[in-house]
Design a protein around this ligand. Structure first.
Ligand code: G3P
Length: 246
């Protein structure tokens, strides 16, 4: 399968293994993926408001909203310029698949990518592999991993991104980049050993622009976060801070 990962490769490879100062320009390719989960502040009409807030941020970074399948259409309509992903998809087609989320329907409703195997919605490696087989070129898949071992296994399937998120740090106050920088740099190294085509993200406890900059310094292309925005008293201010060093 060939997809849109190629444009990221140059930046990712050049950053691989770097420590210390991030060279000028590399942060411009960075991703900030906001997972709306089922937070009350990020569902229904609030999801539309948050998506509009994301779309209004003046940044060169790539902003992505990962929304509930129920809110997908409304969010796409509310923020037409914003990249919108699902939080989960199933490797099913049209037919008798009650309650499953069909990728084709998601795409028709405006999704351009999806998370899969999030710590809060684990699936088998086979589920991810079957999904990868089914989706068309250019549709982004961000496979989430709890540790370096899982990240390596997922990278072999060549999703667009592997995001490492230690489950115990999700929703917490301490960023993975401070609490466990080795898992971030270790994942970057492990993924890169498996594939030069897979982008690397990290998440859990990411709240500030400094956390994002540190994530990139550790070898990623950006971050996957939720509560830093969805539980913020001023989500727009938090978004501005998150991209402030990019
Ligand atoms: O998908 C992102 C998420 O699991 C991290 O959540 O609240 O720690 O940013 P949070």
């Amino acid at each position: 399968m060939v997809n849109l990962r190629i444009s990221y490769d140059i930046g990712i490879i050049s950053r691989h293994g770097q420590r210390g100062t991030v060279p000028r320009g590399t942060m411009r390719d960075s991703l900030v993926v906001v997972n709306f989960k089922t937070y009350q502040t990020a569902h229904g009409a609030c999801a539309e408001d948050l998506a509009r807030a994301m779309a209004s941020i003046d940044t060169g970074a790539r902003m992505v909203a990962a929304v509930s399948a129920l809110d997908l259409s409304a969010v796409v309509a509310a923020a037409p310029g914003l990249e919108v992903w699902c939080q989960h998809l199933d490797p099913v087609g049209f037919g008798s698949n009650t309650g499953w989320v069909n990728p084709e329907t998601a795409m028709e409703r405006g999704a351009s990518g999806t998370l899969i195997n999030h710590a809060e919605h684990k699936v088998s490696l086979e589920h991810v592999a079957m999904l990868m087989e089914q989706i068309p070129d250019g549709f982004h898949v961000c496979a989430c991993a709890a540790d370096i071992h899982e990240a390596r296994a997922l990278a072999a399937l060549e999703p667009s991104f592997v995001a490492v998120e230690p489950p115990e740090l999700i929703g917490g106050e301490t960023s993975v980049t401070s609490a466990d920088p080795e898992i971030v740099s270790g994942t970057a190294q492990a993924v890169r050993e498996v594939s030069t085509r897979v982008g690397i993200l990290c998440g859990a406890g990411i709240k500030t622009g400094k956390d994002v900059a540190k994530a990139i310094e550790l070898g990623t292309s950006g971050v996957l976060l939720a509560s830093g925005v969805t539980k913020s008293e001023d989500p727009r201010a938090s978004l501005i801070d998150l991209v402030s060093l990019l």
